[in-house]
Design a protein around this ligand. Structure first.
Ligand code: PMP
Length: 455
């Protein structure tokens, strides 16, 4: 089918919507000008930088946030998915307030740390847990454990995936195709200046959804310590594993003595109580979690087999951190895991995903957009492509980036706050109502009408 997209309109509408965004956010603009004198790009993390300027947020409650200009948004960003119960959830807020009043930091173990560890072990079907303060620290510790356990150096990662900002994984995140080498043998491409060349060379990218590639590679080399993989790729929109793919990874890594690490920083407790482990039923050797498990506080964890985590028990691997098991984080995580994110919560997220995607699918159909939806409970996106995206190369080649960006601008200027950039889109929370999701779909329909010749 010929795409009905009006290409000239896309450019015009993008300029119009960017102007609208600027007009409704003068205080954010002023704060941006002030902020960039003290913070590079005017933001605390480069992932928060966005054109024409970031929106500076003042507060949030339930499904809503308010910016410094007084604009209220339906929040579908939810702190990059760290918020799954809604802002200011009363159970979590009470737990944090109680911890704040009785001591926030001891750098000593507590009852709550034991309870949170037990619950993570139960959900992710692996018996041992250590806490970190972020997803980055979780993947760093997991990779160190894998190297210590195997006595090998090389890390395999999926081309296109992001696993945090330490050197071993800042490789082939979104590599320019002209630098990435042939698909049959992707080349490691540094994601930042300042990395050690020797470290970059020890991280080998492989394509997602291609178990044969891994089979050939593991038959050819003996220096591989670990494969780190998101059970569902979530930094190039959302790419589901093909049936049998994760089981094949499990079988191949076990056969070749390679540690299989799931990066569940995004999927943990958002797509299922026990993330990808529960959803697909394939258990790796180590699982990295962060984001939503902290109930809005900075928390991560490595969850692993007794055999590998024994390296920490015997002090051969040092797993450390002043704030590991911090009282605020433990209180928030305990409330989130044991009191809020129960069976009813997952049923609610499942209904919300089905409701929203049915509406978006109908709009895509009605206007003939080159797009499709993918979603699972809290996580979802519209993929702007008329071909299925199965890995990084297909995403880099077929994603219609200009439509992706314009849809983002429509949402933002219609009062729906979304994650910046093309990597991910919506994060649903328990507080989203059908009316909220109707508002999301209405903004999308306006976009669909305006960019197609059906206007
Ligand atoms: N792994 C994945 C899959 C992520 O999406 C992220 C963050 N976007 C990280 C690791 C790093 O987590 P953090 O930002 O907490 O360091």
């Amino acid at each position: 089918m010929r795409s009905p997209i009006d290409r000239a309109a896309v450019e015009r509408l993008t300029a119009q919507r960017a102007a609208k965004l600027r007009a409704r956010s003068p205080r954010s603009r002023a704060l941006f000008e002030r902020a960039r004198l003290v913070m590079p790009q005017g933001v605390p993390s480069s992932f928060q930088a966005v054109e024409p300027h970031p929106i500076y947020i003042e507060r949030g409650l339930g499904s809503r946030i308010t910016d410094v200009d007084g604009n209220e948004y339906l929040d579908c960003h939810n702190g990059f998915g760290a918020i799954v119960a809604g802002h200011g959830n009363p159970v979590i807020a009470r737990a944090i307030a109680a911890a704040a009043a009785t001591g926030t930091q001891f750098a000593a173990p507590s009852l709550a740390s034991v309870e949170v560890a037990e619950e993570l072990a139960r959900r992710f079907r692996l018996p041992r847990v250590r806490f970190t303060n972020s997803g980055t620290e979780a993947t760093l510790d997991a990779i160190r454990l894998a190297r210590a356990f195997t006595g090998k150096d090389v890390i395999l990662k999926i081309e296109g995936s992001y696993h945090g900002h330490h050197g071993a994984v800042m490789v082939s995140v979104h590599p320019p195709l002209e630098l990435a080498g042939p698909r049959a043998e992707p080349r490691p491409v540094p994601f930042s200046d300042g990395l050690l060349a020797g470290e970059v060379a020890r991280t080998v990218p492989i394509p997602f959804n291609d178990a044969d590639h891994l089979r050939r590679l593991l038959e050819a080399r003996r220096d591989v310590a670990a494969l780190i993989v998101e059970p569902i790729m979530m930094n190039i929109g959302i790419v589901m594993p093909e049936p049998g793919y994760l089981a094949a990874l499990r079988e191949l890594t076990a056969r070749h003595g390679v540690v299989l690490i799931y990066d569940e920083v995004k999927t943990a407790i958002t797509i299922a109580a026990g993330g990808g482990v529960e959803h697909f039923g394939v258990v790796p050797d180590l699982v990295c979690v962060a984001k939503a498990v902290g109930g809005g506080t900075p928390l991560g964890a490595v969850i692993g087999s007794a055999e590998i985590m024994e390296l920490i028990a015997t002090s051969r691997v040092k797993q450390l951190g002043t704030f590991n098991g911090n009282a605020l984080a433990m209180a928030a995580a305990r409330a989130t895991l044991l009191e809020v994110m129960d069976g009813a919560a997952y049923a609610r997220l499942e209904r919300a995903d089905a409701y929203l995607r049915a509406k978006l699918d109908a709009i895509i159909d009605r206007h003939g957009l080159p797009a499709y939806t993918v979603g699972l409970r809290a996580k979802g996106c519209v993929v702007f492509s008329d071909r299925p995206i199965v890995d990084y190369r297909s995403w880099a080649m077929y994603l219609e980036e200009d439509l992706n960006r314009l849809a983002w601008l429509y949402h933002l200027t219609s009062g729906v706050y979304m994650t910046p950039g093309g990597d991910e889109q919506w994060n649903l929370a328990l507080t989203h109502t059908e009316r909220d999701l109707d508002a999301f779909a209405d903004a999308f329909e306006e976009f669909a009408r305006d960019v197609t010749r059906s206007a």
